[in-house]
Design a protein around this ligand. Structure first.
Ligand code: MD3
Ligand code: FE
Length: 223
């Protein structure tokens, strides 16, 4: 797992344009047992910090459920997006980031040459079969020099990656269970989203996935 690789992103006959600088994709970085162990951790997190659907500033509920682990957790309500140190519904601190998730973040940020990455927040996005995430930038963190590390579990999704402006052209490719993505440097502020989830592709059987088809973990340095 020394280098990011991206074979077969665009199908066998399509030319594969290179991924942008700072976008590290490791296909199948986590094997099935790694993935199931992470789902054990997520099940524990969900018992301590139940999944909820935040409200956006305009009052509508987000499409996906979420929860968090770590000292800080990302949330949204009528006051907008921000990181908070307590679950908005239980008012309890978020559970700790699982050790094996910190180990994943350490391994893959080091592979990009990042030293001393200490994530203080992990957003757990929970996708149902109709889950999606509209095009956005991750802009609520204090220092963009630190990367974001993403782990995908369960069903594959159609991922959309844009540029630094909302109207820049986008590229699309699938993210599969066990894929790890690191966003660093120039890619850290790119627009991105999830166009759709392919519910039928979930090959993992685990109680943490029963109400969802796909779970994405994003480790961040919020402060
Ligand atoms: C590219 N999550 O939680 S993870 C998010 O699959 C989020 O749930 C998506 O976007 C998901 O904010 C995508 C991969 C990812 C994460 C952050 C990025 C890609 C990114 C930041 C910049 C560019
Ligand atoms: Fe994002």
């Amino acid at each position: 797992m020394a280098r990011p690789h991206h074979p077969d992103l665009f199908g066998p006959d399509a030319p594969a344009p290179p991924l942008p600088n700072g976008f590290g994709l490791w296909r199948g970085a986590l094997d099935r047992l790694d993935q199931l162990a992470l789902l054990d951790d997520i099940r524990e997190i969900l018992t301590l910090a139940p999944a909820y659907r935040p409200t956006m500033r305009n009052g509508t509920a987000m499409v996906n459920h979420l929860t968090n682990c770590g000292p800080l957790g990302w949330t949204s309500d009528r006051q907008g997006y921000r990181y908070v140190d307590r679950h908005p519904l239980t008012d309890r601190p978020w559970p700790a980031i699982p050790r094996r998730l910190l180990a994943v973040a350490d391994t893959f940020t080091r592979a990009l040459g990042v030293v001393g990455y200490e994530p203080d927040a992990c957003l757990v996005n929970l996708y149902a079969a109709d889950g999606r995430l509209s095009l956005h930038q991750d802009y609520d963190e204090v220092d963009f020099k630190w990367p974001i590390v993403s782990v995908s579990l369960g069903a594959s999704c159609r991922f959309v990656l844009g540029g630094l402006s909302r109207k820049d052209p986008t590229m699309r490719f699938d993210l599969h269970s066990g894929d790890v993505v690191c966003l660093h440097g120039e890619s850290r502020k790119r627009f991105h989203g999830v166009a759709k989830v392919d519910a039928g592709t979930n090959a993992l059987s685990h109680p943490a996935l029963d109400p969802w088809v796909r779970i994405n973990l994003t480790l961040r340095r919020a402060r």
